[in-house]
Design a binder for this molecule. Structure first.
Ligand code: 5GP
Length: 200
């Protein structure tokens, strides 16, 4: 059986990460989304056990103490974490796992999983375009918007630690590049002992 991989995707907010991840999940059925735990409240339309597992701080802290998280981080005043068990179960079944997490979390996954993780950073065309997209969303006040832009600058500075960059200028092209990374990574020699085993 092929050895599963963990595709970790990070991006500044507004870079189009969610759209790319949703499209990947709709296109490829060998990869599953890891549903994170979070202490933030659900937004309208979000469902427990689908978008996130929404828990209180006490529950989250207990899980941290129990070592239940592969990684966890505080992002914009809330806690977010990836359950170790969930990821392991999917990998064991020979499937891949998609993690949509922030940069701090991505670097923790790299530390823990090494080559089993593939880190992809989604870049907006420019900071000006990112600001334009965030304003067009119209969901944030001026202070929050400025804060998000300054966090975006810090995150982009850490993109050098990722394995791949995908520039999201044109969505079609960005998706092609994103999917190409997954397809190529699946064929890495160390992930396909099953292919060579046919000849031994
Ligand atoms: P949102 O609250 O908008 O859904 O997500 C805010 C940020 O938290 C996003 O950058 C998202 O990728 C990140 N995030 C979601 N789940 C996790 C997680 O399990 N761990 C970490 N480190 N970040 C996460």
């Amino acid at each position: 059986m092929r050895r599963g991989l963990v595709l970790v995707v990070s991006a500044p907010s507004g870079a189009g990460k969610t759209t790319l991840c949703q499209r990947l999940l709709a296109t490829d059925h060998q990869i599953s989304f890891s549903i994170s735990y979070t202490t933030r409240k659900p937004r309208p339309g979000e469902r427990h056990g689908v978008d996130y597992f929404f828990v209180d701080e006490e529950t989250f802290q207990r899980m941290v103490d129990q070592g239940a998280f592969l990684e966890w981080a505080r992002v914009h005043d809330h806690f977010y974490g990836t359950a170790q068990e969930q990821v392991e179960e999917v990998l064991k079944s020979g499937r891949d796992v998609l993690l949509d997490i922030d940069v701090q979390g991505a670097l923790q996954v790299r530390e823990k999983l090494g080559q089993d993780a593939v880190l992809v950073f989604i870049l907006p065309p420019s900071l000006e375009e990112l600001e334009r997209r965030l304003r067009a969303r119209g969901t944030e006040d001026e202070r929050t918007l400025k804060r998000r832009l300054s966090v975006a600058r810090e995150e982009i500075a850490k993109a050098t630690e990722f394995d791949y960059l995908v520039l999201n200028d044109d969505l079609e092209e960005a998706f092609d590049h994103f999917y190409a990374v997954l397809k190529a990574e699946r064929q890495r020699t160390f992930r396909r002992p099953d292919l060579l085993a046919r000849f031994s």
